[in-house]
Write a protein of this length. Sequence first.
Lengths: 292, 161
Amino acid sequence: VEVYLPRTLDEALELKASHPEAVPIAGGTDLMEGLNFGSFRPEAMMDISRLGELRQWRREDGEVFLGAGVTYTRILHELADHPAWAQAARTVGSPQIRNRGTVGGNLGTASPAGDALPVLAALDATVVLTSAADGQRSLPWHQFTVGVKKTTLRPDELILGCRWKAPRGTGSYSKIGTRNAMVISMAGLCLILDEDERTVRVALGSVAPTIVRAPEAEAFAKRALTDAGAWEDPDAPVPHGVFTDFGQLVAEAARPIDDVRGTAAYRRHACSVMGRRALTWAVEDRRGRPGD
Amino acid sequence: MLVRTKVNGELREADVWPGSSLLFMLRDDLGLPGSKNACEQGECGSCSVWLDGDLVCSCLVLAAQAHDREVLTVEGLAPNDDPESLHPVQQAFIETGAVQCGFCTPGLIVAVTDLLQQEPSPTEHRVREALSGNLCRCTGYAKILDAVFLAAERMRAGGSP
């Protein structure tokens, strides 16, 4: 194993161009397990935890750019302006893991259980990639992760970060596992309610080979809130059946399998419960902040 | 490869296998066995140390990533192995009986110290969340919680070094 320690992004991209086999390592929370147990023996690795360009996030013209090297601890404390981010970050591992683990790691590993990924999907985020040869390119999230642990990242590229249009409105992240801490998600759900576009967007993790959205549930929620007059008046009553039916439609978007963490049937049920609760919370949140 | 790291305030060098974790560098190359090796996958917290001030599992840090950085281990909390100069968290663990087999203790001491440095008066819920990455298979955690609150009280009263 050869290890490179680039100090700048340019240096890292030159290295990646000349040594495409070098596996980038940031927080190491996924990769080190394989190294420790002997199941992962790369020819070369590249420490990208020193690259300042990856460790920043900023607002730019109504959009948010989040660097690939921003840790979950920082997201929890600094990106708290959208509740879904803080909630998702807080479910990741333990303080030790959140101090190291990064969004870039979730993207690069591309496990459907990555807790940041449903948030990015519900935000309609793009993934920003960069290489020495071609500079930056952006891909919608669903064109980046294309299968279980499969991405369209080229060997000469690094993940720079991700970008999304900051929605005005509430939302949440829910996760099912055997404990509150230190669990890999058995099912995860992010709901984003966008006041300007008058949409409800919902994304599911751990219940399909990639993150999936639930378009029928989304269309149903938009219509139901319109019919109730709730977009204009958050206090307008929304019929009880809407929440249950929404949960049902969310569950129908899942394509789960039985595995060591849970059964497909349990995952599908969890999706319906999380969907119902997430829409209920969103509607209640809007009532709590009528002037927003 | 040669890794140069400031450990407990002292500049140290180790010639490590490039795939080695910081935990193995500390234990095998630098003679600091206080950080324990148990799960090697970040589940148990027995190897907790500070890397540039952040609480981390040293088993999940590539030793090379600690090059030119600062590491503080449990050994750095009570200088010179002097039983008279224990850190208030260490003293509280002894007095409350929070140590049984002792294997998880160094990691818990580090994690508790990290918590109390950030939050001098945490609620029980916050303590449980902050220690969720540290496993103890003996105590059932009740005595550990007692130790946290005793240490917090003493540190608030000025017992912190």
